[in-house]
Ligand binder design. Sequence first.
Ligand code: NI
Length: 173
Amino acid sequence: MAVRPIVQIGDPILRQKAKRVKHIDRSLDPLIEDMIDTMRAAPGIGLAAPQIGVSLRVMVIEIDGELTVLINPEIVKREGEWEPEEGCLSVTGYVANVKRSWAVWVRAKNRQGRDVRLKGEGLFGQALQHEIDHLDGILYVDRLDSLDRLRKIEPGRKRRRGRAAEAVSQAAS
Ligand code: NI
C-alpha cells in the first residue's frame, strides 16, 4: 500500500470527532494498510485515521512487533495513574509527560468486524488512550496544565523503549 503524509497540529481534521465506521468489511483494508505502512515508516507505535486525513474511528498500534487494529474503540474502565513521556507524530519535535491511566479496558471491533475486548497496561495502555483521544479530536498537548511542559527534542533521537507513546519524535521518529 502506501505511506501517506501525516497531518500536523493546526489542521482542523485533528480537532474533529471522527465518525464511527458503520460497515466493517474489506473496503477498509486499503485505509488500514496505509495506516500501518505510515506508522512503521515514521516510525511510531500508533496512528489514528485522522492523522492521515480520514475522519473515521480506526486506529493501529504496534509495540514489539505486536500489531493491534481497532475500529470504533471505547474505553470502558480505567485503573491507576502515571505520567509517562509522550510524543505525537502530528506534533513533531516535542515531548511531554502526560497524566494517563495505568490500565484501560477497551471495547472495539477488529478488522473482521468481530467484537473484541482488551486490557492495556503501561505503554500499550498509554498508546490506546493516545489514539482514542485522536478519534475524539484531542491531542496530548491538550492534557498538559501548561505548554511550558513541552520539551523540544532534537531530530534523530531514537525512541526509547517504554518511554514513548506514539513516537517520541518524528523528528526522532
Ligand atoms: Ni498522536
